[in-house]
Design a protein around this ligand. Structure first.
Ligand code: IVH
Length: 683
């Protein structure tokens, strides 16, 4: 594979597929106007993937197949912004906005005294609540992306940005400038944010406080595969440096041109003929806000004409010609009625505020998380207090602060439980961790319920019909004490439960029976080992091949698995040395749960196990086949093409496209001398 050259016809096909896919991508993500179905799109993509796999020469970093993420980086590189990335001054009411307009017209000498004697046009657009980024395109190809950082220097997040569907990998249209830097905001749409948090919560993993944090956390990942799995979008709002582009006369024209080249711009972009129209735009946007699928925290007004902008210039770190009219934070006051403590799947105890229901940010809020003991201390909150609840687009409402002056004499301190509220077992707090946890594991009914729900969930053993309510019912009724009990449920027993008809009961028993045939990754994930999500379960399964191998693995060999660091390795060891969990596993197997072992290609104990190397160019001191054999003897796989999963590339003389690709994907490369030294040092 990959040794022969593709025919001219195949090269053309690949180019055509790439162009087609880029066009459809853009129609879908930027213009919201798809013309083919998802499955047709998938077919085109698969065809291109096949071609690229067969002829790696055809693969380029701007291929639409490359949005999946690349190999993890050791750290972000720094990027200096040639033009600093600025911030915006704020206006908090209409008077401040009018003041701004007066200053503009005064400076531009457009009739300062009489308000509308001479008016000034503004571009109006929402202030997106995400993370500012800069994207550099050379000859229309996405070359480098960076965060804003401190405005002067940011971090190189090219690989992460490449995974975002609305980031064009190559521009389309006419007169594309040889050099173009665009700036915009990366954000997580609310629907994606909610879905992400719901999944995280179900898996008892960390949830994000708000979409802004979610976007920031997702973009600042050294492993772009994580970013690829997050629903992010880019909307652009300005141009940075450019060469070979005579800028149009206005800001709105700039954005329209960027849109033509393939960037998403705000659908709410508009112009206002004067400041009264700006105020009206702001009022309308404020009402629209609740219906949008993304968070905005205000409106940005920019003097539309570029010659005016140039004349106005900058002060300190913000342009004089723009202002952000901020929305008031959505807050409401209510009373804290009580605090309850919930127990999560891994035993984490979360204090939840029970509030007198209050309408804030478009919904009625009656619960708010208080996160943990530290947060309660920080707020200094007591039961009975009047509290300010904030929902700034946050799906999880927050208690922002306490109105101490309204504290009633009857207010009582929140007492953090000494024992688990569900099972009375001891609680423990590990140093450096905010969470307090119940130590009882599956003995604790609350953890048991969560563990069973997780075990039965779609990505785990996928037992259809065994939903959350039923699990609560079964545990409360004493039908299930531990996971293996699931496999001893009888139709009659189930049908005797409230709300479960005979038919559904037998369907459920059939689904339980079917779940016995599973896979090792699913089973590992289903066990609910702390910090072992789907991806880690898959890596562990592939690395060790069988449950027995994994159970016997020590921390060092665990740490050699992709995604597994000392913390996760520790949790895995802990899990498999606990006699209770070993009994659960044994009982599940006795009940008939089974999976095929996975063939492990590498010898786990070899120094280069798990690594994939690529040899390219010609070697002077050894035959290519010898180099390959020596690498394989050390446990490495030797592949014919460079991908994001490549560990290292050995570049001999006249190394060509593979070397270029390695560099594009940030895969480390070494020359022949270094390679020989390295081999002799470890053989
Ligand atoms: S213009 C030179 N437009 O707000 C002008 N910024 O407080 C600089 N932002 O860092 C930015 N939406 O992250 C502009 N439509 C918009 C924006 C926007 C969000 C963010 C941006 C910037 C921050 C400034």
């Amino acid at each position: 594979m990959g040794h022969t050259s593709p025919s001219a016809e195949l090269i053309n096909q690949a180019t055509e597929l790439r162009d087609l896919l880029n066009q459809h991508n853009q129609r879908y993500y930027v213009h919201d106007d798809p013309v083919i179905s998802d499955s047709e799109y998938d077919q085109l993509l698969r065809r291109l993937q096949d071609l690229e796999e067969q002829y790696p020469q055809l693969l380029s970093p701007d291929s639409p197949t490359q949005r999946v993420g690349a190999a993890p980086l050791p750290a972000f590189k720094q990027v200096r912004h040639e033009l600093p990335m600025l911030s915006l001054n704020n206006a908090f009411d209409d008077t401040e906005l009018e003041e701004f307009d007066r200053r503009m017209r005064e400076r531009l000498k457009l009739g300062a005294e009489e308000k509308h004697q001479s008016t000034l046009e503004y571009a109006c657009e929402p202030k997106l609540d995400g993370l500012a980024v800069s994207l550099l395109y050379r000859d229309g190809v996405f070359e480098r992306g960076a965060t804003r950082g401190d405005g002067e220097t940011g971090e190189d997040i090219t690989l992460n940005l490449r995974t975002i569907a609305s980031v064009p990998l190559c521009l389309s249209g006419d007169n594309i400038p040889p050099l173009l830097e665009v700036r915009g905001e990366v954000y997580m749409p609310l629907a994606g944010f909610k879905a992400f948090n719901a999944r995280a919560e179900a898996a008892d993993e960390k949830v994000f406080i708000n979409p802004r944090n979610a976007a920031a956390g997702s973009l600042r990942q050294l492993d772009s595969k994580i970013t690829a799995a997050r629903p992010l979008e880019l909307c652009v709002y300005s141009v940075g440096i450019s060469e070979g582009w005579t800028l149009p006369a206005t800001h709105v024209e700039i954005l329209n041109q960027l849109n033509q080249w393939g960037f998403l711009i705000s659908p709410l972009l508009d112009t206002a003929a004067n400041i009264d129209a700006c105020v009206a735009y702001y009022q309308k946007a404020k009402e629209l806000r609740a219906t949008l699928n993304y968070d905005i925290d205000g409106i940005v007004f920019k003097v539309n004409r570029l010659d005016h902008q140039r004349q106005l210039g900058f002060v300190a770190r913000a342009p004089r010609w723009a202002i952000a009219r901020k929305f008031p934070a959505e807050e409401a006051t209510t009373q804290l009625l009580d605090v309850e403590f919930q127990v999560g799947r891994t035993g984490a105890i979360t204090p939840v505020a029970r509030l007198d229901p209050v309408f804030v940010g478009g919904v009625t809020v009656s619960n708010a998380t208080l996160h943990n003991r530290d947060e309660i201390a920080r707020l200094g909150v007591k039961i009975g207090d009047t509290v300010v609840v904030r929902r700034a687009g946050d799906v999880i409402p927050q208690v922002a602060r306490v109105l101490l002056e309204d504290r009633p004499s009857t207010a009582r301190a929140i007492v953090f439980p000494e024992h688990c509220p569900a099972c009375e077992s001891a609680l423990s707090r590990i140093e450096g961790e905010a969470a307090v946890r119940c130590t009882a594991g599956l003995i604790c009914p609350a953890q048991r319920k969560q563990a069973i729900k997780h075990f039965a969930s779609r990505d785990a053993l996928d037992i259809e019909g065994l939903g959350d309510k039923l699990v609560d019912q079964l545990v409360d009724a004493g039908c299930i004490h531990s996971l293996p009990d699931i496999y001893h449920l009888k139709v009659a027993e189930l049908a005797a439960l409230e709300r479960l008809a005979e038919k559904s009961a037998s369907n459920l028993v059939a689904a339980i029976e079917a779940s016995k045939q599973t896979t090792l990754p699913r089973f590992l994930y289903a066990l609910g080992i702390r910090e072992v999500g789907k991806a880690t379960a898959r890596s562990l399964a592939q690395h060790f091949g069988s449950l027995e191998n994994l159970q016997e693995a020590d921390e060092d060999s665990l740490k050699s698995v992709a995604d597994v660091g000392p913390i996760v390795a520790g949790f895995v060891r802990q899990f498999f040395t606990n006699t209770d969990t070993l009994k659960v596993i044994g009982d599940l197997r006795d009940a008939g749960v089974q999976w095929p072992d996975i063939e492990v290609l590498e010898q786990a104990a070899l120094p280069l196990s798990g690594e994939t190397w690529v040899l390219t160019g010609s070697l002077n001191t050894m035959m290519r086949s010898d180099a390959k054999a020596r690498l394989e003897a050390l446990g490495a796989k030797v592949a014919g093409s460079v991908s994001a999963n490549t560990t290292r590339v050995v570049a001999g003389d006249k190394a060509g496209s593979k070397l270029a690709k390695a560099e594009a994907l940030n895969v480390p490369t070494i020359n022949e001398t270094e390679f020989v030294e390295y081999l002799t040092s470890i053989e």
